[in-house]
Write a protein that binds this ligand. Structure first.
Ligand code: 6GU
Length: 242
């Protein structure tokens, strides 16, 4: 089967990402050849005996900065080995653009994603600058939310899970993609959060399932679900000020 998407993750903690990626749907997508995921150890691209990846920041300040030399060698080698002609370089940083469903949709149709997981105080900014000058790359600095992690590994996992499930064939029933929270809707329409779901038993700890759902009236059920989605969306938006 043709490979749809190649994903490289570059990290100094390969075990942190390898095990979760081997699990579940994303792991199965890897086995079926729909997605190929490779985890690369950044230290394999060092040239000194200590396998150094970081140094003190110019201008002073706390923490260490990851060196552009090592990152450049790693990214060049990974791009070369990919056998694809265009590469989406995703640099994970809390200072990046916020990840969204729209970005996941866009990235799910790329041919090659490279996730650069920064640690410490980040990666020397010239890595972003250099690859932005290269016509075979598109560079995005991305954050998954307004909080700080110790490194980009967990963020890469979040993004890969959101992206991989949008690759055709990864999810058995594609209908489940179109109805869900945050999925893209027609222009001018608001993206609604999902309505609440219920299954058996019909009553649990004194709580019955909403009667409408057992009425058999599909028109009324659809209307009720839409109303629930709208009120949920309003509630969350007002709480978060979005
Ligand atoms: Cl991508 N990296 C780090 N270090 N912290 C984050 C993040 C990324 N996204 C949110 N917080």
């Amino acid at each position: 089967m043709a490979r749809n998407l190649k994903i490289d993750v570059v990290t100094i903690f390969p075990d942190y990402v390898v095990t979760p990626l081997a699990q579940s749907l994303i792991g199965k997508a890897g086995q079926s050849g729909l997605i190929e995921i490779i985890t690369n150890d950044l230290r394999d691209f060092t040239t000194d005996p200590h396998r150094t990846v970081d140094d003190t920041p110019y201008g002073g300040g706390a923490g260490m900065v990851m060196m552009p030399t090592v990152w450049g060698d790693a990214i060049d080698a990974i791009a070369q080995a990919s056998e694809t002609s265009h590469h989406e370089l995703i640099i994970l940083t809390p200072a990046g653009e916020l990840f969204s469903q729209a970005m996941a949709e866009e990235l799910s149709s790329a041919e090659h994603l490279i996730f650069a997981c920064g640690r410490y105080e980040g990666i020397d900014h010239r890595v972003t600058e250099h690859y932005r000058t290269r016509s075979d790359f598109r560079v995005r600095e991305v954050s998954i939310g307004n909080y700080v992690l110790n490194g980009g590994e967990a963020a890469a996992l979040v993004m890969i899970e959101a992206i991989a499930r949008l690759v055709p064939g990864v999810i058995g029933n594609p209908d489940s993609l179109t109805e869900e929270s945050h999925s893209i809707v027609a222009e001018g329409q608001e993206a609604l959060l999902e309505y609440p779901s219920y299954t058996k038993p019909a009553e649990w700890r004194g709580l019955p399932v909403p009667a409408i759902l057992t009425s058999g009236n599909h028109g009324l059920i659809a209307k009720w679900r839409r109303e629930q989605a709208i009120s949920r969306t309003r509630q969350i938006r007002s709480e978060t000020g979005e």
